[in-house]
Design a protein around this ligand. Structure first.
Ligand SMILES: Cc1cc2nc3c(=O)[nH]c(=O)nc-3n(C[C@H](O)[C@H](O)[C@H](O)COP(=O)(O)O)c2cc1C
Length: 168
């Protein structure tokens, strides 16, 4: 493993491919316990003069408990590992040691958990959280389609503190 920090301006990615098609893991916690979940919704951009990543986490996700406890968490991107990510996105860490089951290797970078097998890691710091609100939908069909159980996502806008990559 040899993660190198890179300048965000040197990041060569297509966010639509990276987030929407390749997916990512949202990982948070401390040495004694971490949790992770797959995500394929999110955004990268600029807010409040900072480089930011926005992720959307439903209230029932166990990972949300960990994200809420920490100032920082990680977004990990992989070359492949779709089978593993599919599992981590189906099973809850509440019920099983799913990280061990898929065989990923937790490591800590800057005190934040991620995985040895990742090809790119964003260390992010929470700046803003709010829920998607039913009354704010301009297109109400989206609320009906995506939230029949009223489990509206929490939206976390996070400053991208550091980006690490490795050839893997
Ligand atoms: C491809 C894929 C993308 C997902 N994207 C999200 C997402 O953006 N937000 C979310 O809340 N859940 C998303 N999920 C569902 C969570 O990953 C899933 O419920 C996971 O089991 C939660 O684990 P946890 O309870 O251990 O946190 C996605 C699942 C998959 C398979």
């Amino acid at each position: 493993m040899s993660f190198q920090e890179i300048n965000i301006k040197d990041l060569q990615i297509n966010p639509f491919q990276l987030i929407g098609n390749d997916w990512l893991l949202i990982t948070a916690g401390q040495q004694d316990q971490i949790n992770t979940m797959t995500a394929s919704w999110g955004g990268l951009g600029i807010m409040w003069g900072e480089n930011v990543a926005t992720v959307y986490i439903r209230p029932q996700r166990y990972t949300k408990t960990f994200v809420d406890q920490e100032e920082c968490f990680s977004l990990s991107f992989f070359n492949g590992y779709k089978k593993e990510m599919g599992y981590l996105g189906k099973v809850s860490g509440k019920d099983t040691d799913k990280i061990a089951e898929v065989g990923l290797t937790p490591i800590f970078i800057d005190g934040v958990p991620t995985f040895k097998e990742a090809s790119c890691v964003f260390i992010v710091e929470k700046k803003y959280v709010d829920t998607i609100k039913p009354e704010c939908f301009i297109d109400e069909t989206l609320d009906e389609k995506w939230y029949p159980n009223k489990d509206h996502h929490f939206m976390y806008i996070c400053k991208i503190k550091k980006i690490y990559t490795q050839d893997i």
